[in-house]
Write a protein that binds this ligand. Sequence first.
Ligand code: AMP
Length: 398
Amino acid sequence: MQVKYIDQIPLKGKKVVARFDFNVPLSKDGKNTITDASRIDLSLPTIQYMLEQGVTSLVLMSHLGRPDGKVNKKYSLEPVAAYLAEKLNQDVILAEGAVDTGIKPYLKTQKAKIILLENLRFSPGEEDNDPEFAKKLAEYADIYVNDAFGVSHRKHASVHAITHYFKNHTYGGFLIKREVEALNKVLNSPKKPMIAIIGGAKVSDKIKTIQKLLVTVDHMLIGGAMAYPFLKATGVEVGKSLCSDEDVQLAKTLLAQDRGNKIQLPVDHVASEALDGSAKVIESKNIPEKYIGLDIGPQTIKNYGTLIMKSATILWNGPMGYFENPKFAEGTMSMAKSISNSKAFSVVGGGDSVSAVQKSGLADKFSHVSTGGGASLEYIEKGDLPGIQALRQGVDLT
Ligand code: AMP
């Protein structure tokens, strides 16, 4: 069974409850100003479409931060309600809680169509996937929409258990549709040659994703702190670089599985004696004892750039170095530049690589920039997510 999307059904006169990912960063000055509204902006096409189609009422749901099942005003969705009201040019009422006895009568009598439920994670039922909590959310509407790709890897009440109460009336929004189509294209029918660029901190976080991709890709370019356990596993000295014994063992397993010699490792580095120290190019694979490897070196950038230019499909997850410090950002930024110059179908996923791409100003040159870090990794690994499976076939809570 396929996911049905909101443009495949008549919405006129329908009461809708819809899950979005409005988990936006807020300023820490006590004013709770939204510092980056991209996640809300990406949800607007789905909301606007539903309104244009003539839904009777729209109950919007989201979490924000990690309030751990307790009410905490610091994580209130109040600024989100204000932002939405401004963008949609109509009232958006913020309900006091996700479960609020005033909501149902209000939906029947008032003209205001849009209600935003207060942070779902103020209630422990959300993260516990509690059927009773989900049932109460479901009572607000006759159809359910999920457009929160970034949380669809979680079995939480508003993405999972809730679908039980809608039977065949569960639909995907436009953002989920874009995410699934882009990732499916890369995973199921990639144009060859295909490369994966994998960076970030730990092999253990991404081992299953790497194993899955090794089957499909022609080359896998490894960078970031992730590279050092691989190098160490091949007998190279890595100095004081981030490199746990567990990751070295995992890297050994992956190298043994890589019969096609697809894994490419850095041949040089940018290193330093401290995270805030000065940068030094190390023109060999081996890193001297007192140095920490913090970025891929110029020759590696060249080698990887050549492979990028020859590829037809590119999947990128994880930065090539400690890119938060500009002295060690060249590797990551160069990958973004090379990909943006290539004609390949390119998908970038994962929180840190996405923020690097946004920093580079080249995001619009990528075919798809995924909104979900953990969600996109899990989708690559399993080809599905609990929240998306639930949209297709519901969940049986008996
Ligand atoms: P991940 O969440 O696994 O994609 O890891 C991203 C984090 O890894 C970012 O904060 C990077 O700064 C960090 N990182 C990448 N390469 C290195 C490195 N060589 N040394 C230390 N941290 C790194």
